[in-house]
Design a protein around this ligand. Sequence first.
Ligand SMILES: [Ca+2]
Ligand SMILES: [Ca+2]
Length: 704
Amino acid sequence: MFGPHRRALAFTAILSCTAALVASVLVPAAAAQTIGEPAPTAVRVKDAALSDIRASVVPEGGIKAAMTGGNTIYADVREPEPRDDGYRHIDTPRLVSKLREHGLNTYVYGIWDSPTDWDDLRLEFAPAAAAAGIKIWVYTVPPSECFDNPAPHLSGRCSRPFKLDFVRWAQEIATLSLQYPNVVAWAIDDFLIGANGELFTPDYMQQIVDAQDAINPRLGFYTCAYHGHAVSPEFYARFGPYIDGIVYPYLGFSNNTQDPTAVEANLEQILAQTEPRGLGVLFLLYTNRFLDAALPPTENYVAESIRRALPYQRSGRILGIDAYGLPLGGKPAPTADNRAAHGIGRFNVSLASFVGTRTGDYASAEQRIVVNPHERRHTLRFADFDWYNPTTPAPGFHTKQVLVDGKVVWESDVADPGGHGYVERTVDLSDALRGKHTALLTLRVFERNGVGNFPLDVGFDDVRGEGFLVLDGGFEQSWAWKIGGNSRALLGSLDHYAADRPARIRDAVATTLRGKPWTNRPYPPDPAPFPRDGYRTDNTAMFGDGRLSLSLPDRTSPAPNSCATASQRVAVDPYSPRYELSFWHYDQYAQTRLFEGQLVKRLTIDGLLVQQRDVTDWWEYTWMNGSSDQGPIDVGDFVRGKKEVTVAFQLCATDTPPVDLGVDVGVDTIESVGLTVRNPGFESGGAWTMSSTDPALTARIERF
Ligand SMILES: [Ca+2]
Ligand SMILES: [Ca+2]
């Protein structure tokens, strides 16, 4: 679930496939499942009885866990300053106190982000958690998530130090579990994603199990299993004998983190497989972003999902609940998450990546409006946008529509020119409302044709009527509009932004896991409901109100190999044991390879290339920490022995520049070890020097 695996399997459907073909490629997940297969006959390989494992891993009342997670936003609890080794370590006292504060009895300890994670667990967290009565699952990653390179600046995340030697991991974790009996289990992420299954052969699984059984047979061993595998008899026939159960990442019916209503249906399907086999299920709930999903989870989603899963935990049918990416790091929600035109609210229709729709699917917001029949004119005004790559020619799928009493009075294909930022629309409803005292007003997205993989984020806001009354046209409340639809894939919602969303999510988790009813606090009104000019979505900073912008307008072709550059002379601490640069970046392109090889994003130090990524890299409209493979970059080879270096972020044309590929690359939230970067959040105009070798390419600090 850490990220890039799914893209390796990506089916870039929207350019090459007809609707009929792609509609058959992916259907909402639940539709394709079967249940009620016969119980297995395979003989268990692990030494300990499943009941003994269960007794060891499940605390009284069930597992109430949190974990970090790949490509989430500040879920980890690290010390603010690096230690003598130049690494920012896990802040064990703060982490333990937060787990206790939130009533959690288990921590699923991810070994991925930093090479110091294993030692931090072994030497600090395991004993501290033991003293606090907190159980530990150790979470490792498979080949698809191990990005190892002998060049430090190219090396990425991996479970270190034993990397892909899972026999060794089994031995080491089993040994640790003898020293600290609160280390009760371990698990492997994204178990069968991509080519991972080639490593986990029956013979290798046997070796892993034998290795841990020789040391501690009571150590639990689990694998991540997404819905497709979690309901598959073949999966259990192959792996059931070696494992004690699965970690199941809940993603609704359709790869999203918005819809809590699939909890029972999905769990029942999974339990139909696991219960006859005696295998355990840890319910993993995203409480931080999941890259495939269109919207990040909200506190209401989290609370309702837990409320639905809790009876399964109480009855012992699942092992417990694990809050994935629980935002314990203390940062606010990203500014760019506010996708309203004005204020904090909008009507949203979203569709996750790799989720199919059917022809005729829709999601809608509607209300009965009161019409003044004596007015001469009846005019509707509203603003809408769709985050959709405007240069990808794929009309005929998603259509934005307005209906009056069920009749379409306005529509626009998301592939129509414009509309990828909010645009104000004016629709004359005089004919549609003539002689009426009331009418049903509907805003919706309608699938003219089903499609296999065409993710979407549509916003409607600022709905106003002349000659009739629209209530809560700004979608700032929750009472005036009825949200509906006929699809488990295309989801409508009132999307409300809260800067303190991470705190709300933590509250929701803590309260609902205690079995208490949870009520959300009202959202404070937007302190600046009307920005100086333009729309809320214009502020695409990650945090605060500023970011670096490296841009190229539409229909403009820069010279080959020309660049826009933002650079800074940066002081180097000669005594730092190592040097690290971490930054977050953003652009609009990902859903097509059509423009690959034309424009690249670069980080250079003293003119030497540290990192280069194509603007068509994954993920669109998403702030990424370096890449889904690599967070902070080890830049020691570029700065060691120097007093000062020039750090530069660039947007560059390649040998084959684009003809029409407007892009606005953002950089924000720079953090460093051994280097002093000034104005790292771009909240002022200072410290950075801008230059360009082509007038079409611009570098500037964008302040909103
Ligand atoms: Ca609004
Ligand atoms: Ca900023």
